[in-house]
Structures are given as C-alpha cells and as structure tokens.
Design a protein around this ligand. Structure first.
Ligand code: UT7
Length: 329
C-alpha cells in the first residue's frame, strides 16, 4: 500500500450514543401501508432509535462525547477545534459545535458545523486532517449526529421506514505518523433535487420542491446513482493507494440500504463479510451511520488496532466522501 494523503492525523478516542426509544418494523406497519418483510428485503433495516420530544441533536452530541470521555479517559480541555456534521441541528445557529464547546467548558477552540448530509462524518474527518496538517491545530473533536426522526414525514412510507437517530464522536490528534492514508471526494450537484430537506427556497436549480422541511427522496434515482458512483469511487481510492479490495480489513459504507452495500461489494470485489454497517439496528442515520457501525464492531471486538479500513459516505448533495485509514485505537 502506498498512502497518497499527506496526513498528521490519528484517531485517539471514540464514543457513540443512540436514544432509548426503539421504532420497529411492526410499529411502522401500524402507521403506514408497509410490512416487515418488504422493509427487510428492500433495505436490511429491522429497527431504529428515535429521540424523545425533549431530545435534540445537541443532546445526542453531548451523550456521544461523554461516552468518548468515559471509554478512553479522554481529556477535552486542550481540544482546539470542534467539527459537527449534521443535517438536523436543534438550531441553525448557534451551531451544534458551539453548543458542545459550552457544554464541556472547552476554553479556547474553533467551532464549525458542516453539512454534507450522509457524507458529513467522513467529510469532517477529511477537514480535520487538513486543519491538523496546517500546523495550527493539534486536537480536533469530530462528531456526526442526527435527529432525522424530527424531519421525517411519518405519512410517507417511502421515507419513514428508513430513518433513525444517533451520534458518534472521535478525537483526531496531530501525530507525526499520520494514519489517514487516502482520500476521495466527488459531488453530483446536478442531481441534488432527488434528495433534500427544504429551508428558505421553494426550488432547487429550477426544480420546484416540497417546502415542509421534511426529508424528501426519489429513492429509485438515488439508488441508481449510489450503485453506479460508489463502486467507481471505491475502485478509484483503492487504486490510487495501491490497495487491493481483499487487503481491506473493513469497508464501512454509509448505512443507507443493505442492497446498495451488497451491490457495491459485488462490483468492487470487497467480501460482504468485511463490511461494517449499522442499518439493521439503527436504520439510516445519515452523518451518524458510519460511527454507529464502528461502535457496533468495536463493542463486539471485530475491529483490531492497526486494521486498514475504508470509510465511504454518500448521499444528499449528491455528495461522496471517502477516507482510507489505519485504525489506531
Ligand atoms: O442516505 C442517503 C442516500 N440514500 C440512499 O442511498 C437510498 C437509495 N434508495 C433506496 O434505498 C431505495 O430506493 C428505497 C429503499 C428508498 C426504496 O426501495 P426500492 O426497491 O427502490 O422501491 P421503489 O421505490 O422502487 O418501490 C417499489 C415498490 C413500489 O410499488 P409499485 O409501484 O412497484 O407498485 C412502491 O410503491 O414498493 C412500493 N413501496 C413500498 N411498499 C411497502 C415503497 N415503499 C414501500 C414501503 N412498504 N415502505
């Protein structure tokens, strides 16, 4: 393997959180015209976690960071930048990252939220690597957190069966021996109107849109895009870094749909058994889905120190962000 990314970054702590309330497929059967078999067969999702009425994105961020503190005995006082990836913040501003700064009393740091939908967590890791490489920053808290249930239309069976809530957090610190090995990004903004959540405008690039602020998706179009583009991106980042599919210890794609993951694996030669996903337990949690998949695999001991893994976020934008890294915990 020949790393192609200039990197002074390594992950030094990890935490995650999901709300207690569970929404199962049979609960959804009572809400819309759907059934457990269809959902499992078409998506691989069995259940999702739903934030309570009093719980918002910031609360999920705080809980994931507390988990990180307790699992790795992590010190936050010297964190000098916070990046939160989310599409469902409690408020547009103050940002969720500023709320995290205040909650943990971090004395002096930058705080920026980024919005790259389901690619958000990986995009934030890429940005963290750049900030560390600049030499200005040394310790960055990166969080992917979503309360998608609060932006889901529970009368639309094509979307409400998909989404769930959760959060994951990592500390990324400066280290001479960088563990981020390769990076890939691609954006297809021309197709952005196929997956959106409206804000102030009633159109996207001339396409009229629903203005309820709920998540709207043309599932078939996004599916076609994902199974076409993601394999190309996977092949590209592996080739650039001289890494063959079977050399990956873990492929961690965004957990949108198990059929997409299987199709990507078939097209790229990555064994499905080498993938880490979170959709069965938590549904599609957008920016949180990749850290939640890591959390499940850390807890059952599948991930080992030194493992080579490819994180691959894709979704609204339409945007892709991938990172090849060595696991350093
Ligand atoms: O996270 C960001 C990126 N997002 C993605 O990557 C998601 C990409 N898209 C998908 O994962 C899939 O398109 C969905 C899971 C959203 C939908 O699966 P599909 O196999 O593409 O279904 P479809 O939209 O083609 O619909 C097939 C049939 C339709 O019925 P007809 O027209 O064939 O009679 C739908 O009306 O399934 C019907 N249908 C449902 N039936 C039962 C749609 N939703 C449901 C449902 N329960 N919940």
């Amino acid at each position: 393997m020949q790393p192609t990314l200039l990197s002074h970054a390594k992950i030094t702590a990890f935490g995650a959180y999901v709300p207690e309330q569970v929404l199962r497929n049979d609960d959804l059967e009572r809400m819309v015209d759907t059934n457990h078999e269809w959902i499992v067969q078409r998506t691989g999702i069995y259940e999702r976690r739903i934030a309570s009425d009093e719980q918002f994105c910031s609360d999920l961020c705080f809980a994931a960071v507390r988990d990180l503190q307790s699992r790795y005995d992590a010190v936050l006082d010297d964190v000098d930048f916070i990046l939160v990836a989310t599409t469902t913040p409690d408020t547009y501003f103050p940002s969720m990252s500023a709320r995290v700064q205040a909650e943990f009393g971090i004395a002096s740091c930058g705080a920026v939220d980024i919005q790259a939908a389901c690619a958000g967590f990986v995009a934030a890791l890429q940005l963290a690597n750049g900030l560390l490489l600049s030499g200005v920053h040394r310790k960055i808290l990166v969080i992917g957190a979503e309360t998608l249930s609060k932006a889901t239309d529970y009368t639309d069976r094509s979307t409400c069966i998909l989404f769930g809530d959760g959060a994951g957090a990592v500390l990324v610190e400066r280290s001479e021996e960088g563990a981020f090995l390769g990076s890939y990004v691609r954006t297809t903004g021309e197709e952005g109107h196929h997956l959106y959540r409206s804000s102030l405008s009633s159109s996207i690039g001339g396409h009229p849109i629903d203005t309820t602020g709920k998540i709207v998706q043309n599932g078939r179009e996004v599916y076609k895009w994902a199974v076409t583009q993601v394999p190309k991106g996977v092949a590209s980042i592996l080739e650039q870094n001289g890494c063959r599919a079977h050399e990956l210890d873990w492929f961690v794609p965004h957990s949108a749909n198990m059929r997409i993951v299987e199709s990507v694996c078939e097209k790229t030669g990555i064994p499905v058994e080498r993938t880490l996903t979170s959709m069965a337990q938590y549904g599609n949690t957008s920016a949180a889905s990749i850290p939640l998949a890591l959390d499940l695999a850390l807890k059952d001991g599948r991930i080992k120190t030194g493992d080579i893994m490819l994180l691959y976020g894709f979704g609204g934008g339409l945007t892709e962000a991938a990172l090849l890294l060595r696991w350093t915990l």
